[in-house]
Design a protein around this ligand. Sequence first.
Ligand code: FAD
Length: 497
Amino acid sequence: KSVVHWFKRDLRLMDNHALSLASRKAKDHGIPLVCMYIVSPEDFEAHNTSAARVDFDLRNLELMKQDLAELDIPLYVETVEKRKDAIPQLLANFKDWGAKHVYCNMEYEVDELRRETKLVMQCLKAEIAFEVVQDDVVVEPGKLASGAGKQYSVYSPWFKSWVKYVHEHPHVLKEHLSPTANPSTARDTFSAIFDASIPPAPACKALSTEDRERLTSLFPAGEHEALTRLNTFLSTSKAQNYARARNLPATPGTSVLSPHFSAGTLSTRTAVRLALATTTKSLPALESSHPGLRTWISEVAWRDFYKHVLAHWPYVCMAKPFKYEYTNINWEYNDAHFEAWAAGKTGYPIVDAAMRQCNTMAWMHNRCRMIVASFLAKDLLLDWRLGEKYFMLHLIDGDFASNNGGWGFAASTGVDPQPYFRVFNPLLQSEKFDAEGEYIRKWVPELKDVVGKAIHDPYGRGAGKVAEKAGYPKPIVEHKMARERALARYKEGIGRE
Ligand code: FAD
C-alpha cells in the first residue's frame, strides 16, 4: 500500500499543501509516500511551453529527486507522449504501487480541470481517494467578492479586498509542514524508482548545449536557490527601493523570482509570509510605512488576481478576449512586422532591446513586457494572441494566467478598466524608464556608439548615419500614424459587435 503525491507546478518540498497532506496521511497509516511527475510532450506543444521552461522543470526535478531520496521517498518521472494517455498511465502507477490515497495541488486552467475531473471519476471506480487542494495562490478564487457579490474585474478594489482578507485570515499564510521520512523499507519496495533517472527533455523541446548552459547559470534551479534569492531580495535595499526601481529595466530592481513562482519551486504564500516577517507592521499598515515592500506584495498579488480572473472567466483559456466586445477587431496580417518584432528589429530601440533580452535570457523585465505588448497590439496592430503565444514559447516563467492577463491588459482586451484609447508611446516610455539608454546599449550593440538622447530614436535625432552604418533598421511604422490607425480600427471593431 502507499500514498501518492502527484507533482505538477509545485516543484518543492517546503510549504507544499498537497505534499504535506500526503505525507501526513502516509505517516498516520504507517505506509510509504511515493511521488510522481508526468512529462507530456503533446501537452507542451498544446500549451506552447517553452524549451527553457521544460529544461528548468527537469533541472528542478533532478534536485527534488535528491532531496526526496534523503527522506527515502521515491520520485517517479514518466514520459507520456499523448495527453490522453496521462490518466491511464497515472492509474496504472497507482495500481502498481497499491495507492489508496492520491493528492495533488489544483491548477485552474480548463484542460487541467477537465483532466482532474476525469481522474476523480476513475479513482472513484478504482476505490482510490483522490484529493485536489488549493496551493498555488495566497487567497483562493471565490473568496473575494465585491459588495454586489460578484468577482472583481478591476485590480485596485480587488487588491484592497485581498489585503483585508489576508489580514483577517492569517491562516492563509501559514506554512504547510515539509514531508517526513518514509520507513527505510521503502528503499527496497521501490528500488526501481530510486534507481531510475530523470528523462531528458523530449526532442520537440530540447535546448542546444549552449542555451542550456547559459540558462543554467542565469537561473539556477531548485527550492533552496529560490529561498536564498527571496531572502536576499527581502534583506537588501532592493525591497525598500522596489517601488521606484521596479520600473527601470537597466537596474536589477526586481526579485527575478518569476521562474520559481511559475515552476512552484517557491510558493507565493511563503514569499508573502517572509516579506511580512521583515517588519513588525501589519499588511494593511505597510502602505504608509513600507511602500517598497507593500508594492512588491501587491505585485505578487497580481499573480493571484489573474488566477482569479481565469477561474471566474475560463473562456480566457480558449483564445477569447476577456472583453468579448473586442472580438472583432480587424488586425493587420503582416508577417514581416511580426518577424521584425520577434527578432528585435523594429527600429524602436527600447522594443528591440526588450525582445532581444527575451530571446537571450528567456526572461524580460515587466516594464518592457508592457512596452513590447502594446507595440505589437497597437503600433503594429497585430493580433495580441500572436504575442501571447510568442511569450509562452520563449519565456522561462511562462504562466498562462499572468501572460494572458498581461497581454489582455496591454491590448485593452483584458481586465483593464481603461478603454482602448491608452496607447503607449515607445519613445516616451524609453526616455522615461531608460533615460540614459543603458538598457538599450546593453541589448542593441549596434547602437552602443550613439550618444545622448539620440539613443531612443537614432534616425529621428541625428544619429541615423551611425545607426545605419551599424546595420540598425529604420522604424517599421511611424508611431503617430500607427496610433491613429489603432484607435480607428478598435473603434470600428467594437462597433461591429
Ligand atoms: P517582481 O517585480 O519581483 O514581482 C514579484 C512577483 O510578482 C513576480 O515574480 C510575479 O510572480 C508577480 N508579478 C509581478 N508583476 C506581475 C504582473 N504584472 N502580473 C502577474 N504577476 C506579477 N509573469 C509571469 O510570471 N509569467 C508570464 O508568462 C508573464 N507574462 C507577462 C506578459 C505580459 C504582456 C506582461 C505585461 C506581464 C507578464 N508577466 C508574467 C508579469 C511580470 O512581467 C513578471 O511576473 C515579472 O516581470 C517577473 O519579474 P520578477 O520576478 O522580477 O518580478
